[in-house]
Design a protein around this ligand. Structure first.
Ligand code: AMP
Length: 400
């Protein structure tokens, strides 16, 4: 596939530039409580401002279901962005309407404008052509820096770029494509993938795709029990997806054929009671091998932690997605914290994705030691599966 053009490849100066960003951030009492995604957009915004463009920012926030709803206003984001950029950010309380175009035209070069939540209109997610045309009319160039929504064919990811002659990736998008794409397609070896989380069904496509690229795959979390079940082990009351046992079996065979070391937990922390909603567990014990009746595997055990740690230490490229235990309950978080630490300690190129794994990294205070933290949940998985993301397909390719 030809490389995507980025903001650095085109001559954007003194233009009205529409920038699709992902400002879907947590807000409490009118204040942004985690500005990671806003900070992630700064390199692109600052680059465009340095070249005297007018930056018109487009984003969604939450799920307002096509209705205007003050609970989902982007206004607090404008304040936070203004603080981070150290310059005024004009917030418009609608993304459509007669004032939008005239306000943009009246502002000087180097201005920053944030339009209200795109999802206040159902037309955004419906990729409505009239809605796209109105938004497209505000700009002369289009930049997509919202990797997290690139797997959705919405007006702001697909509809607008169809109508604008210059459509390129921002720096954040570029980094996501580089790390999740090139760096895992031609990895420095050994390349180890660590996958966890609740369901095989969510990850089977990514398991299948990554078995073509990696040297070792470490599987933890509830997913591991469907794999162990497929190998004929008893797993007690652990979470198993009976209709995915066949898929797990196929993945095990593929790993053998491809000579990928697929490593499952040899021991587990087990409990006799798990109430995720109340974050309560019963008695805890370490079980090696098969899990007895009535017991539930909730974390990888100490031997598994050591063997996963050794494999991670021997790797030169590492990709991690998904917790290896019920890490929301502190007594079941040891495995996930250990993985975060092993990866942070390693000198390998490390890529971490998925909200829970990133949360565990931040909790361990080691996020700075990771080469790349992906901002896209579903989009990262779809991209790693090898799917072409509609929001990426909509951007211009390099000619050579
Ligand atoms: P995912 O969204 O697929 O990455 O899954 C994350 C969820 O998997 C978290 O809420 C974890 O609590 C859950 N999880 C991880 N390990 C287990 C396990 N052994 N049993 C039940 N749930 C688990």
């Amino acid at each position: 596939m030809k490389r995507i053009q980025t903001v650095a490849d085109v001559n954007l100066t003194g233009k009205k530039v529409l920038v699709r960003v992902d400002f879907n951030v947590p807000i409490s009492n009118g204040k942004v409580t985690d500005n990671t995604r806003i900070r992630a957009s700064l390199p692109t915004v600052e680059h465009l401002l340095r070249h005297s463009n007018k930056v018109i920012l487009l984003s969604h926030l939450g799920r307002p279901n096509g209705q205007k709803n003050s609970k989902y206003t982007l206004r607090p984001v404008a304040q936070e962005l203004s603080f981070l950029l150290r310059r005024p950010v004009l917030f418009l309380d609608d993304c459509l309407g007669p004032e939008v175009a005239s306000t943009i035209d009246e502002l000087g070069d180097g201005s920053v404008i944030l339009l209200e939540n795109l999802r206040f209109y159902a037309e955004e997610e419906a990729n409505d052509p009239t809605f796209s045309a109105k938004l497209a009319s505000y700009g002369e160039a289009y930049v997509n820096d919202a990797f997290g929504t690139a797997h959705r064919a919405h007006a702001s990811t697909v509809g607008i770029p169809r109508l604008i002659p210059i459509r390129v990736a921002g720096f954040l998008m570029q980094r996501e494509l580089e790390f999740l794409g090139a760096k895992t397609s031609q990895p420095e070896r050994p390349f180890t993938v660590i996958l966890g989380g609740a369901k095989v069904s969510d990850k089977i496509a990514v398991i299948d795709a990554l078995l073509n690229r990696c040297d070792a795959m470490l599987i933890g979390g509830a997913m591991a029990y469907t794999f162990k079940f497929a190998l004929g082990e008893t797993v007690g009351k652990s979470l198993v997806e009976p209709n995915r046992v066949e898929d797990a079996h196929r993945a095990l065979l593929k790993a053998r054929d491809k000579k990928v070391e697929l490593i499952l937990p040899v021991d587990s922390q087990c409990t006799d009671l798990l109430d995720l909603e109340k974050k309560k567990i019963g008695k805890l014990r370490t079980v090696e091998g098969s899990i007895p009746d009535g017991w539930i595997g909730v974390d990888i055990g100490p031997k598994t932690i050591r063997s996963f740690g050794k494999c991670i230490a021997d790797s030169r490229t590492i990709l991690w997605n998904g917790p290896v235990g019920v890490f929301e309950i502190p007594a079941c978080a040891e495995g996930t914290s250990a993985i975060a630490k092993f990866i942070a300690d390693s000198k390998a190129l490390s890529i971490v994705g998925g909200g829970d794994s990133i949360g565990a990294l931040h909790a361990s205070g080691r996020a700075e030691d990771i080469s790349f933290i992906s901002t896209g949940g579903g989009a990262s998985l779809e991209f790693l599966e090898g799917k072409e993301l509609p929001g990426v397909a909509a951007l211009d390719r390099k000619q050579t």
